[in-house]
Design a protein around this ligand. Structure first.
Ligand SMILES: Cc1cc2nc3c(=O)[nH]c(=O)nc-3n(C[C@H](O)[C@H](O)[C@H](O)COP(=O)(O)OP(=O)(O)OC[C@H]3O[C@@H](n4cnc5c(N)ncnc54)[C@H](O)[C@@H]3O)c2cc1C
Ligand code: FES
Ligand code: FES
Length: 491
């Protein structure tokens, strides 16, 4: 018999907390500030961009509690189930500041202080989990989701360097065994049939529940859904969170493929994707911020169907397929076929995304992907171009190309792909037809991120860059950062 629990359960201040009465759309930040009256965690943007609301969640992985930073403003309260919640109020032990707090004070890393709690929590997670020695690049990546409007980052980074020179000191406040997934096999359902927060523990329970409530909102990390609450003020009465479904976070590699469960977070998927190709790793490194990568999932990025989502074009160019389930029936289809029209995907009511299968590159294949944004860190793409060339010596035998930001959906460039078949890498003059074909493949968006004319030019330039790099094997002349020899050496 499947047991159902009717309250969320998490750990705070070393004690278990149970909540059985909350609206499914309640955010963690509202719970902390409005319900608990704990004002250390701040609210800035309310959309995951500024990091003022950063807290850490500890969950058991590989037998120990590991802490990740998350944006409390867009995280639903129910998503804390099974975790240890650590806020800025929890760090100082017995009146002694945590090393990160002490270093921030010693290095003058705070002026108005509004951003400081969030910065401290991001650095706490880095201090706790960062591989020693923690270098400035790792610190910059860890802070990319934290905006400070007055101090300037130099003293903050100096504080991080000083603090992270020491080993982790936080022992955790929860009993790891109580956080273990093994102790969480039951389904979770809080509410009633018209308004609920549910978190099934198995795919069978999920399929049954979603078939019974196809109007429910599925939630992965809520880095998209959270903004529907805070910015669109959506009512979000029925929520099914996928974070407890056994198997949906799994990541596995076969000799030819990488299989990513839909609930694999970007942070967890990073190493496997980077192992396929360093350009893919670089795209994930620049995906949102550490907070967004810790919460946001691969499946959510695909299922959301955004024309400017990063993973869809990159994985389409690699020839990825997806697997979906409706009731007891599963089916697979090529990723590119999933996107039908703007925000319209090939997904029936009650159907959910289970996993993605990404073919690994063969020895005769070359991959390139480029994300173009206004800002290097924490910015959504104006355009993203991804290219897989299958080579026959110095000729392109086959090309698979996909772009984000160039149409109402992430879309393959089939005309351009055809125009590249048989083209020699040694005759750049012959690349022109393929570059011209891009105009037949795409009628790009014209919006505040970029004009259609800009996107058209960028797409041509990215194709030229991919061909030039493939022809020369060099990236020094074509890149300011992210040189492939550097990225490969860093792996
Ligand atoms: C500050 C910030 C920065 C961001 N930066 C980037 C970026 O650089 N690149 C980028 O591409 N995106 C970015 N995003 C968008 C977002 O983080 C990603 O799209 C993320 O992958 C969404 O995953 P999620 O699990 O949080 O999805 P959720 O918000 O939980 O869900 C998104 C949608 O997918 C549906 N869904 C989720 N899982 C499933 C499933 N298994 N089956 C069916 N439907 C499902 C939900 O119902 C919802 O419609 C950013 C967001 C924020 C807030
Ligand atoms: S308040 Fe800005 S990220 Fe949450
Ligand atoms: S100290 Fe960060 S915004 Fe002022």
């Amino acid at each position: 018999m499947i047991v159902t629990r009717n309250a969320i359960r998490f750990w705070r201040h070393g004690r278990p907390v149970e909540i059985s009465d909350f609206h499914p759309r309640t955010t963690l930040l509202d719970y902390l500030r409005l319900n608990q009256r704990h004002f250390g965690t701040k609210e800035g943007c309310g959309e995951g961009d500024c990091g003022a609301c950063t807290v850490a969640l500890g969950r058991v992985r590989d037998g120990r509690v590991r802490y990740e930073p998350v944006n409390a403003c867009i995280l639903l309260l129910g998503q804390v189930d099974g975790a240890e919640l650590v806020t800025v109020e929890d760090l100082a032990a017995g009146g002694t500041l945590h090393p990160v707090q002490a270093a921030m004070a010693a290095h003058h890393g705070s002026q108005c202080g509004f951003c400081t709690p969030g910065i401290v929590m991001s650095l706490f997670a880095l201090h706790q989990e960062g591989e020693r020695p923690v270098n400035r690049d790792a610190i910059n990546d860890a802070l990319a989701g934290n905006l400070c409007r007055c101090t300037g980052y130099r003293p903050i980074v100096d504080a991080a360097v000083a603090a992270c020179a020491e080993p982790p000191v936080f022992d955790g406040l929860a009993e790891p065994r109580s956080l273990s997934p093994d102790s969480q096999r039951e389904d979770l359902f809080v509410g009633n049939s018209t308004a609920f927060f549910a978190a099934p523990a198995s795919e069978d329970s999920l399929a049954d529940l979603f078939a019974a409530h196809p109007d429910a909102t599925l939630v992965g990390g809520a880095t998209d859904v959270g903004l529907w609450v805070t910015k669109s003020l959506s009512s979000l009465d029925k929520v099914i969170w996928l974070g407890r479904v056994a198997g949906l976070k799994d990541i596995a590699t076969t000799p030819d493929t990488l299989v990513l469960g839909a609930m694999a977070s970007h942070a967890d998927a990073f190493a496997s994707l980077a192992a396929i190709d360093p350009d893919l790793g670089e795209i994930v490194r620049r995906f949102g911020s550490a907070q967004v990568r810790a919460s946001g999932t691969v499946g959510g990025n695909i299922a959301n169907g955004s024309p400017i989502g990063d993973l869809a074009p990159a994985l389409m160019a690699l020839g990825a397929t997806i697997n979906l389930r409706l009731g007891k029936t599963t089916r697979s289809l090529p990723l590119y076929a999933f996107f039908i029209a703007y925000r319209q995907q090939d997904r029936a009511p009650g159907e959910y995304l289970r996993r993605l299968t990404v073919p690994l590159l063969r020895a005769d294949q070359v991959f390139r992907a480029y994300k173009v944004t206004k800002r290097f860190d924490e910015d959504i793409s104006a355009a993203l171009g991804a290219f897989t060339f299958t080579l026959d010596g110095r000729r392109i035998a086959q090309a698979r190309i996909a772009f984000g930001g160039m149409a109402g959906i992430p879309k393959r460039a089939t005309e351009t792909e055809a125009a590249l078949a048989g083209v020699s890498l040694d005759e750049p003059a012959a690349w022109g037809d393929a570059m011209a074909a891009l105009a037949r493949d795409y009628q790009p968006l014209d919006d505040h991120r970029a004009s259609a004319a800009y996107r058209r030019t960028v797409a041509r330039n990215l194709l030229f860059k991919a061909l030039s790099e493939t022809a020369s094997g060099e990236t020094r002349a074509t890149r300011i950062v992210g040189h492939r020899d550097h990225l490969q050496a860093a792996e």
